[in-house]
Design a protein around this ligand. Structure first.
Ligand code: G3P
Length: 217
């Protein structure tokens, strides 16, 4: 399973990338706006830090505009993926971009039908939003499981990015039901690698080692 970071905070990206566990980065207009930096500048910087795919989202709502934006954005770096909203126009743009060999991440997926159509349109990635779906009382994880089943049944090469990940359980369950990727906000990263019993175990080992050393003196 691959891990992406869902952020445009380059300080956080550098820090977590140093662990060797960052396979890519996803952004959206909200995430970019939070940084208060020029879109092109921040995407270029992220692409220079991370080797894997970096999703940058278009803001046009018409297919022609999306394609025009995509053609410009992909020139910023070699590892850019164009994030496209899941709309009728978005599907049209995804289809065109796929024919041009431009990678896409179709975002804001909330149903199997949406995921299936995006895959048929040639999406490289599809992003079901777990947390936002959970908020409505429908299981985001179940959607991921069904999407994986559909992709496998028909042999699509499209990969599922579990997005809108808010708790470590989302990552764990997404891995169990076959999400290819989880995109994780930096604030959640520590909850993935840490556990209170690990800390307690280390403290105990250190204390025992110290008294053993003492006995050897
Ligand atoms: O990956 C999508 C993400 O950025 C949206 O997350 O928490 O705003 O639903 P959230």
């Amino acid at each position: 399973m691959k891990f992406f970071l869902d952020t445009a905070d380059v300080t956080a990206i550098k820090k977590i990338n140093a662990l060797g566990l960052v396979d890519g980065v996803t952004t959206n207009p909200t995430i970019i706006a939070k940084e208060g930096r020029v879109f092109e500048e921040v995407i270029k910087e992220i692409c220079s830090i991370v080797d894997g795919p970096v999703s940058a989202e278009v803001t046009s709502l018409e297919a022609d505009g999306m394609v025009a934006e995509a053609k410009e954005i992909v020139q910023w770096a070699e590892n850019i993926v164009i994030k496209i909203p899941m709309t009728e126009e978005g599907l049209k743009a995804t289809n065109e971009l796929s024919k041009l060999g431009i990678k896409t991440n179709v975002t804001l997926i909330f149903s199997v039908a949406q995921g299936l159509l995006a895959a048929k349109a040639g999406a490289t990635f599809i992003s079901p939003f777990l947390g936002r779906l959970d908020d409505t009382g429908t299981s985001g994880i179940e959607l991921v499981a069904k999407l994986r089943e559909v992709l496998d049944t028909y042999g699509f090469s499209t990969e599922i990015i579990a997005a809108s990940v808010r708790i470590s359980e989302h990552v764990e369950k997404a891995s169990l039901v076959g999400a290819h990727i989880a995109t994780v906000p930096p604030s959640l990263y520590q909850t993935l690698w840490s556990h209170p019993l690990t800390d307690k175990g280390i403290a105990q080992f250190m204390a025992d080692w110290e008294s053993f050393q003492g006995g050897n003196k």
